[in-house]
Write a protein that binds this ligand. Sequence first.
Ligand code: SIN
Ligand code: MN
Length: 223
Amino acid sequence: MSGALFGDELLERPRRELAPGAVHVPGWLTLEQQAWIAERFREWSAGPVPPRAAAVRGHEMSVKTVCLGWHWQPYRYTREATDVNGARVLPLPDWLERVGRLAVAEAYGPSKTVRQYAPDTALVNYYDEDARMGMHQDKDEVSRAPVVSLSVGNSCLFRFGNSESRARPYEDLVLASGDLFVFGGPARLAFHGVMKTYPGTAPAGCGLETGRINITLRVTGLD
Ligand code: SIN
Ligand code: MN
């Protein structure tokens, strides 16, 4: 019992700053918090706008996305999901805005800028066992405030690169259930993607039996 309560698996995956502004914090969310997020994901999916695979340059993405606060579609944000069913997306819940602030404080340490971090959108992505996401930049936001990424469910192989192109230099790392990844400052426009997920790696108790959920919290800079 104490082995599970006080496991030492995080010794193998230390917190790390990959590049200035890009911070990986393994195991940041507790299992209870992960399960809460998985439950909320089911509610959001049953909400006014169902998860959908966005079409990027004529190709449907393998990931399905449900948005909160603002609806993302290639390559803009709207309040209504005009490319799905026209309905207005659910608001971003307060608790998720707070999680975003805590995450940025965890990554960069507390400061006035961090206390003022107020994400206004969440892109909630669901990866089934075959889904992946090609290398891209998050640049549809007017604001260059940090992006906060939270993962629940199966682990994935995440590629984090440079701001110039999809090519090397980049680094591959595993994002597991409960991990936090923040990219801001000089890393804000770095190309990144998900090369694959690892079926069967979701920990018991994380609330998701198959697939992977990733939430990115962002500041759109829109009003
Ligand atoms: C994204 O780039 O928007 C998602 C990244 C991830 O799924 O980890
Ligand atoms: Mn992205």
